[in-house]
Design a binder for this molecule. Structure first.
Ligand code: CU
Length: 139
């Protein structure tokens, strides 16, 4: 029988973590005086057979940075369509494992994400999302 190191189990005292320093409130008169800044929203869309899975269904009007990741086994693409059917942005064909980024400015309304590889939309690769007006700011 091997000898064991006896004694009490090692007790680790709790670490004394100092609280984070307070963040000073910075007045930025220049930023406040400027017009309302353009908002940037981000969305990640997973594409596979045969669905599009966006990380968000509602965003705020302004810039959108949309990333599309093909997690499937077939080629896909992604098109942003306005409600009137106009194509606003389109990726090239995305190979399996590939990632593409679209940048677009959107006004409030309903939009559609579509894979336009023949047959894919009919198989379900179409999702809508909503762009809302930014909230009204009050002083
Ligand atoms: Cu597709």
């Amino acid at each position: 029988m091997p000898a064991t190191a006896g004694g009490a189990p090692l007790l680790v005292p709790p670490l004394a973590v100092p609280p984070p320093p307070p963040v000073p409130a910075v007045e930025r008169p220049a930023a406040r005086a400027a017009a309302a800044p353009v908002r940037t929203s981000r969305m990640l869309v997973y594409a596979s057979e045969f669905r599009l899975n966006p990380s968000r269904r509602v965003i705020t009007a302004g810039r959108l940075i949309l990333q599309v990741k093909n997690i499937g086994e077939d080629d896909h693409n992604l098109v942003i369509r306005a409600a009137n059917g106009h194509v606003l942005k389109a990726t090239p064909v995305i190979l399996p494992g590939g990632l593409e980024t679209l940048r677009v400015r959107l006004t409030p309304g309903r939009y559609w994400l579509v894979c336009t590889i023949p047959g894919h939309e009919a198989h379900g690769m179409v999702r809508s999302f909503t762009v809302r007006k930014p909230p009204v700011r009050r002083r």
